[in-house]
Each structure stands twice: as C-alpha cells, then as structure tokens.
Design a protein around this ligand. Structure first.
Ligand code: FE2
Length: 341
C-alpha cells in the first residue's frame, strides 16, 4: 500500500529562528544529480531474508555521487553558515560527537526547498526502488551537522539513523589527509550488537559507546568535492563521520526521507528522537502517527473490496494501533509536563 505524503506544516513554530536573507533554491541551477556507480544491498550487508522482507527498499547504501552544482554548494554554505550562527539548541546528548542544531527546515526556506525538491525525491526514489517522500517530521527532514571545534571529540560517532532514508551531502570540501570522510560498517545490526556487547535497541542511541569494529569491514568513502553525497537506508547502516586529525570546519547537510509504502514497520526511532531539543518534535510525532492512521483508513475507503472482511479488519486495526500509540505518547507528555510543574 502506497500512501500520499503530507505537506510541510502551514505555520512555522515561533520557537525556531528564521534566516532573513538567503538564496532562493533553484533546481536548474543548484542540482547536478548523477547516478551513483554502485548500489550496495542489504543482502551484501548480510541481512537475512526475513529482515530484508521487512524493509521497503533493498538498498543499504550507495557509492558517493554528485548532488549539487558548485553554485548549489556555494548557496548551501551560505545558508549553513547563517544557520550555525543562530546557535539554536542542539541535540541534548553531551557525548554526541557532532553539533546538530535542529530545525533547519523551519529556519531556512532554502534547506526546506532543497530537501523537499521533487527532482531530488524522484532521484532517490529511483535509487531506493521505492517511492520516498520528504520526511513527515520536519525535524528529521533536513539537518545540518557541524564538526565540533575539538578534533578529538569527532572520534565517537558510530550510530544508526533514527529514520529510514537519508542523503549525507558534503557542504565543506574534502580535507585530504585530515580524515573527515564518511565511514560505514558493512554488517548487520545484530552483528554490531554482538561485537560491541550492546543490546540491539541500544545501537541507535549509543553515541560514543561503540568501538572495536573489525577494520577490514569498515569502508571509508571519500568525496571528490563538496556537493557530493551518499544515499542510504540509514536505520540499517552503522556509520559515522571519519574522525578528524586536526580541527576543521567540516559540515554536512542531511535531507531525510520516508517510504510511502506503509506495509512495513514504522522505523522512526522515537525512543531516541523524543529526547531531542527541537521544540516541535513531539507534535511532529503525533502528526506523523495521524498520517499513518489516516493512510490506512484512506486505503480501506478507496481500495478494499466490500466482501473482504479481513482486509477491512487489518486496515482498521493498523489505524487503531497508530492512534493508540499517539494517544499513549500524548498521555506521557502530559504526565511529564505535570511532573515538571
Ligand atoms: Fe547518521
């Protein structure tokens, strides 16, 4: 079942600062989408058939490919620098290696338009072999990530992403000899858990805890220049920015996407994301759940045959489960707010 995506929220919350002067995104000037040479599959990562069947795409990660023109890089840098100077709240984890201000999709029209560009979406959907949309949660839909000023702090970032699909686009230029490439471990979540001695559910919330991975299975991707990137099923691929050897102004921009095929588990890692310091993220999650529920009901209304009682039951139960989860989350939020008073 393929759902329709949802619009960006009509009103931008006041809690996010806005960039006042920024370039206008123009796909004809800023995008230079060139198909990657290699698509590495989940099977090549070692995922078994049952796991692969629960994923909407069979692609784990691509080789590096060009995404932006030089003009696009210049525009994104201008936006990224302005956004960084806003000094918004960052991800709360003090062990987090990289600085990740939240909400660039709210603060920057350029970041919003680039990450929601129909050209980019058609391109990544084709690579994934599955229809993708801008992520339903704007906080997950567009992120700038900056290296911290201390080079030693960049050596702790192995993680899996809290969403299904993303592109990691280099905003800064390659700094040869200083590390700073993009690294991934070619293996499964279960292997990572076993090697590192952590529970599977801890991997995506394990910033700073993972180490001692077999070096021969770590791939380091070096980008030819700024504006190149990689696309991945980020919740299935353990990755990090390669540690820097000396301080450098390294930054990446990460548009996030969601699969529109909903007959798969919701991989949004709410256990992690609910702790982020993005003021609207809790409302975004409720809206995301409402989208899933409405999509199941919409499918029932539009496509289920009248004589398929089990089909009706399945869709109603799927919708009810999404709503139950959203209501439970709302209850937890209310209790947390009451306890804080
Ligand atoms: Fe990541």
């Amino acid at each position: 079942m393929i759902a329709a995506g949802i619009n960006f929220p009509n009103r931008i919350p006041e809690s996010y600062p806005r960039l006042v002067r920024e370039p206008a995104f123009d796909p004809s000037k800023h995008l230079a989408l060139e198909r990657p040479d290699r698509l590495i599959t989940l099977e090549e990562f070692g995922y078994d058939e049952a796991t692969r069947a629960r994923c909407p795409s069979q692609i784990a990660i691509t080789s590096a490919f060009r995404i932006l023109t030089d003009e696009g890089v210049a525009a994104l840098r201008e936006v990224g620098e302005q956004f960084r100077r806003q000094e918004q709240k960052t991800e709360g984890n003090p062990r987090a290696a990289y600085v990740k201000p939240r909400g660039s999709a709210y603060s920057s029209k350029f970041a919003r338009d680039l990450s929601r560009s129909p050209d980019l979406l058609a391109f990544v959907s084709e690579i994934a072999g599955a229809p993708l949309a801008p992520h339903t949660m704007p906080t997950l839909g567009a992120s700038f990530v900056y290296a911290p000023p201390q080079a030693e702090k960049t050596n702790q970032g192995w993680h899996m992403d809290s969403l299904g699909f993303d592109c990691v686009i280099m905003v800064s230029g390659p700094d040869d000899g200083n590390g700073g490439g993009f690294q991934y471990f070619q293996g499964t979540l279960q292997e990572v858990a076993r090697i590192c001695g952590v529970a599977e559910h801890e991997i995506r919330t394990s910033v700073g805890k993972l180490g001692n991975l077999p070096a021969d299975r770590i791939h380091t991707m070096t980008y030819r220049k700024a504006g190149y990137g990689a696309f991945m099923q980020g919740n299935m691929v353990l990755h990090r920015g390669e540690p820097l050897r000396r301080p450098a102004a390294r930054s990446v921009f990460v548009p996030g996407f969601i699969a529109l095929a909903l007959d798969y588990p919701d991989v949004t890692n709410w256990r992690e994301v609910r702790n982020w310091n993005s003021p609207s993220v809790k409302a975004e999650y409720l809206r995301h759940k409402a989208w899933r529920a409405a999509s199941f009901l919409q499918d029932l209304i539009e496509t289920q045959p009248f004589d398929d009682r089990e089909g009706y039951r399945a869709r109603l139960q799927q919708a009810a489960q999404e709503i139950e989860e959203a209501v439970a989350e709302l209850g937890a939020q209310s209790r947390a707010a009451a306890a804080a008073e």
